[in-house]
Ligand binder design. Structure first.
Ligand code: ATP
Ligand code: MG
Length: 418
């Protein structure tokens, strides 16, 4: 039995967990303001839910999925991302007749990747899907929501937005020809993966992380001259929408996104603060995905953000909460102390009681537990209906009537320890 977590997985404890929870709480609150409702879909799905929709040549499907056969002989996969499951759920629950749907989710995802800072095998995403609207204004609103989440987390200054268009199917078909010509001319210099992509999905080469592909990718033609007039109109509409929502952006013709289901809009919020793991929130339009899950043709746009990376970006970790320590003096005070303890909790005050030791020991323990106040209860105090409340930072002691104890603890201005 191993005493270490599996490679690429982490325990979230203490400050790590507080950072993580902060990202989720802030994102959830902002998403609510935009009208999103939270869904939870299963952590594993039939393999086909991901294999078909994410694209046969995507990195995720070719080398990153945790796929296993269960005891019943079914092929199942731990979800590598959230969108496919949400679209599957939309169809399973008959909600394709109840559009639009604004869906928010948060939870763990699984990809077999080489672990490094900001890249794990179990990682966590928040995501938002706006399913139904066909207008580019929806894309702009969704991106504004992402921008708002980053701003509310205090990391917007570290991050810039890059947008691109992938056009519609006809634009991509025309563009594909140009890409094939370009990459075929440099075929010998391409990485092995990219040579394989050249035959199946040349657009995917633009997303290559391989060093030897970099220069050839940089010299590749852009999609712009191949956009149909509809695709161009959509692209113009997106940029107008972003201006209307006051979201600053720059255009980056190299953004194609790692999964196959995108069309028109593709965007990434990127940072220089996390090395190669620079993308913190990314998404695009995926008009074909719901139909692939067996639903009717349905328009949709969404994003996912890496919670682990956002947690690394937070400048100040949320402080550890500081409880009030209830300290009974002697066995006889214990029962009364328990009722004081429960009374504080009922009044919304975080409170703890040590079970053992003399006053000195219990105070020491209270100090170690980062308690901010000690509520000391001896028989003499109980007889008078008061408690001695000691501030553990300053040492000041105050007599407080039991009836006023909760209010006193709640209003205590002791700063929180980091
Ligand atoms: P990358 O290019 O970094 O591999 P990706 O394009 O595979 O990212 P998406 O599938 O778009 O990522 O997922 C959205 C976000 O989820 C990413 O921008 C990133 O913040 C986060 N993410 C993806 N894979 C991981 C991982 N293995 N560990 C931590 N975060 C991840
Ligand atoms: Mg990846």
């Amino acid at each position: 039995m191993g005493v270490q977590p599996v490679r690429g997985t982490r325990d979230l404890i203490g400050e790590d967990q507080r950072r993580h929870a902060q990202v989720v709480a802030v994102a959830r609150r902002v998403a609510e303001l935009y009208g999103f409702a939270e869904w939870q879909t299963p952590i594993f799905e039939e393999t086909a839910v991901f294999a078909r929709s994410l694209g046969e040549t995507s990195d995720v499907v070719t080398k990153e999925m945790y796929t296993f056969t269960d005891r019943g002989g079914d092929s199942l996969t731990l979800r590598p991302e959230g969108t496919a499951g949400v679209c599957r759920a939309l169809v399973s629950n008959g909600l394709t007749q109840a559009l639009p749907q604004r869906v928010f989710y948060a939870g763990p995802m699984f990809r077999y990747e080489r672990p490094q800072k900001g890249r794990y095998r179990q990682f966590h995403q928040i995501g938002a899907e706006l399913i139904g609207p066909a207008e580019p204004l929806a894309d702009a609103e969704l991106i504004a929501c992402g921008q708002n989440i980053l701003a509310a987390l205090g990391v917007a200054g570290e991050v810039r937005l890059e947008v691109n268009t992938l056009g519609d199917a006809a634009s991509r078909e025309a563009y594909r020809g140009a890409l094939v010509a370009h990459f075929t001319a440099h075929r010998e210099a391409l990485s092995e993966d990219s040579r394989m992509r050249l035959a199946k999905n040349p657009l995917r080469i633009l997303d290559s992380k391989d060093e030897c592909d970099r220069e050839i990718v940089a010299a590749a033609p852009t999609i712009d001259p191949y956009l149909t007039s509809e695709a161009r109109e959509f692209w113009d509409g997106l940029r107008r929408g972003l201006v209307a929502f006051r979201v600053p952006f720059s255009e980056n013709p190299r953004i194609v996104r790692g999964l196959d289901y995108y069309s028109h809009t593709a965007f990434e919020f990127v940072t220089d603060a996390l090395g190669a793991q620079g993308t913190v929130l990314a998404g695009g339009r995926y008009d074909g995905l719901v139909a692939q899950m067996g639903g009717p043709p349905t328009q949709a746009v969404g994003f996912a953000a890496g919670i682990d990376r956002l947690a690394l970006l937070l400048t100040a970790a949320p402080p550890a909460p500081r409880p009030v320590a209830v300290v009974p003096l002697g066995d006889t005070a214990e029962a009364a102390a328990i009722s004081v303890l429960q009374g504080l909790r009922a009044a919304g005050v975080r409170a703890e009681m040590a079970y053992r030791g003399n006053l000195k020991k219990r105070l020491e323990r209270a100090n170690k537990s980062t308690a901010r106040l000690a509520v000391i209860l001896g028989e003499a105090e109980l007889a008078r209906g008061i408690a001695q409340v000691k501030c553990l930072d300053t040492g000041t002691q105050t007599e407080v009537p039991l009836a006023a104890l909760a209010a006193f603890c709640r209003n205590d201005p002791t700063p929180r320890k980091a």
